[in-house]
Design a protein around this ligand. Sequence first.
Ligand code: ADP
Ligand code: MG
Length: 693
Amino acid sequence: MSITPSSPLTDFPGIGEARAKKLAKLGLERCSDLLNYYPRDYEDRRHTFSIREAPMGLKVCIPAMVARRPQYTVLRRGLDIVKVAVVDQSDTLQLTFFNQGYVSQTLLPGEEYIFYGVVEEQNGRRCMVNPIFERQDKRTFTGRIMPIYPLTAGISNHILANLVRQALDSTPSIRETLPEHVLQTQQLISAEDAVRNIHFPSDDYALADARYRLAFEELFYLSIGLSFLKSRRSSAGPGLLIAKEPLEEFLALLPFSPTDAQRRVMEECAADMASGTPMNRLVQGDVGSGKTAVAACAAFLAVKSGYQAALMVPTEVLAEQHARSLTELLSPAGVRVALLTGSLKAAQKRAVQKALADGEIDFVVGTHALISKAVTFRSLGLMVADEQHRFGVAQRAALAAKGSVPHVLVMSATPIPRTLALMVYGDLDVSVIDQLPPGRTPIETYVIHEDKRQRMYQFVRKQVDLGRQVYIVCPAVEENPEAALPGQASSPLDLKAVTTYAQRLQREVFPDLTVGLLHGRMKPAEKEAVMSAFAAGNTHILVSTTVIEVGVDVPNAALMIVENADRFGLSQLHQLRGRVGRGKHQSYCILMTSSHQPETMHRLRILSSTTDGFKISEEDLKLRGPGDFFGSRQHGMPQTRVADLAGDMRVLAQAQQAARALLEEDPGLTKPENAPVLHRVRALFAETPDIFN
Ligand code: ADP
Ligand code: MG
């Protein structure tokens, strides 16, 4: 039977229902799916040696002839071996195959094969275990750069490579989707060459060209989709006019003078809101860079122009803290600040909702309770989302929909690598607070094993003796959805364990100190009580889950200890670390781990080597991939496959430029020659259909 691009995989020889099911798990159902199933890596199998000259310990190809009939032996149930000697001009090579009995039938004496594997020496004889082999005259898997595919149980790389090979052979030509002039100006290879070489590259250069072309293509379609998103927003209507003059009045309220970076970003926001077009700005700033002041500034301006402002944060602890500090800051200037969270008593909630509807509250701080249907505003002029990566695009849109066209300010503490920011927030303007308030000393960070636990306790005591306070964070499941964290699912302690931990710490280690406990499932009043006791300095040590990860601000806390630190992502640890070093005291972060694995140690030591959040998140991105960053699905952002988000800045810039040029010439992509582009953009954004409305 001949195979066509639409053939189901069961049409391929050797693929029955069972294997087809496994392949479907990889998203592979038809022949054409295989072409788009790109390798995750490559293995260079081009190096050929004679038996004598082959280097030890490296994978190499050795052409040789089978010298005699293979010996097949069953050692015991479930373990059989095939032994066979092969020869070339230079020497003999002894091959051993475990549990591959069929080899005794396939390897024929007197025939030449290529054997690919690691050469070792035993008793002066050269040997190879479980080599891959194929006939000299039918080479597919040796003598070339071999694709390594993402696999699933029961599907080997060999099977996949074979399928892809057949799919390529039975596909007469691969259709071009990029416009001709883009191919030319960008000097890209054709879709045909790119797809063939991404799977079976003829050499390193062909592979590099293929990757470049496919990455470009992906980013090009992505940029076009994001432009649609952006232009749809800017056609939403005129922006509310907000005067920038009260900025000076706001600055006078601050208990400190703003850093140059804060001041610049405040002015950028003020200019946006006075421009007549709705603001859509992302403010990025490392932990402690002072984003709250920027939010407060924008809110103050909105209120002074007669509008209401809302600040949405991801946890109740944070909402309470912000409500408290913003009241303190802004109420002297007559701004009425209120708190709205899901766990307020029903009557309180109703009162706040009514006051918002009547315009008796100027500035509301809350959790995602703010998006609930029951919440209406008299005149919402500004919506700020803090620590935005916890909110989906949908939630952001839902809150924005509560005003006619409110200004939107998004604040992110996770310093998102620029490439990724462009992907995720491509529809936003970006400001960066690239400066910390003066007088901060860098936090000293140590990675410590269990054997130093007693020393760690001594250090805690020393800090407390100096008058400082200490956080100890344990990785626990938070069933509270407002605090649930993506990176945390794997075998965390339960809340009971955290509670027990705190009790034992109090009883057995620090009976004379005050140990507090905070977790996301405590009642709001309890949380509030625990946090304010800690903020007031009445608690020496606060044992907590990651509810304190974002935003919590107690300047006297100078030591952060993270238990089972290996369970956290680097960016998350950086956020946790950011809870200390917020005052004038030298601060420390101790990462406890019981793992001795080199990768884990390498990962954790990145934190002791730098406090630069951007660097850390880039490392995180390299190590864990973008998916982990946000649970990117919730952002409705398409997944990219070829584009290496951490490294492809150059391609991204080129792709964006080309996308802009194309849209300038054909804004709706309505010209017939651009139909394939539109088709691909739609396919890429299939999960975010509303961008085309
Ligand atoms: P972020 O939200 O960016 O992590 P915060 O807004 O919570 O940071 O600010 C961190 C701490 O620094 C707070 O205690 C805040 O009062 C203080 N702070 C902010 N800006 C300044 C400044 N310009 N000078 C001194 N302290 C500042
Ligand atoms: Mg903050």
